[in-house]
Design a protein. Structure first.
Length: 134
């Protein structure tokens, strides 16, 4: 996997390659019991995690290990959406990452994150116009 255009993603790619290697080992150990659902992060036999199982087996222990306050797993999804939109990621991209069926759903749900969009748009156009003129 090459990352020439995405240099900052190299550590993520390395972690995913290592994860895939470990998953292959688990797949071999599971033998015929492995259920291939094409998941990147499946449960022990390849099947999808249940939300309660994921919360109990992974999320809550990770919070405790990191000494973070307790919060629900769904809060991570909301935080991800807020970070994307707050950092200028195109709402269409955010909608796709969140699995929303339409961009309208994303914009309606997270409109509170984008109160200064009109101001930013006006400043961007002004900058383009005056850079061009000078």
């Amino acid at each position: 996997m090459r990352c020439n255009h995405y240099g900052s993603l190299r550590s993520t790619v390395r972690a995913l390659v290592e994860h895939k290697r470990r998953q292959g080992e688990g797949r071999l150990r599971a033998g015929s019991e492995w259920q291939d659902h094409g998941l990147v992060f499946p449960a022990s036999l390849g099947e999808p995690y249940s939300v309660p199982g994921l919360t109990k087996q992974g999320f809550k222990p990770a919070l405790a290990k990191a000494r973070l306050p307790k919060f629900c797993l769904y809060s991570l999804r909301h935080a991800h959406a807020v970070m994307l939109l707050s950092n200028g990621v195109n709402p269409k991209v955010a909608a796709e990452r969140l699995g929303h069926s339409t961009i309208v759903l994303t914009l309606d749900t997270y409109q509170h994150v984008l109160p200064d969009m009109q101001q930013q748009a006006a400043e961007g156009i002004e900058s383009l116009l005056f850079k061009t003129a000078s």
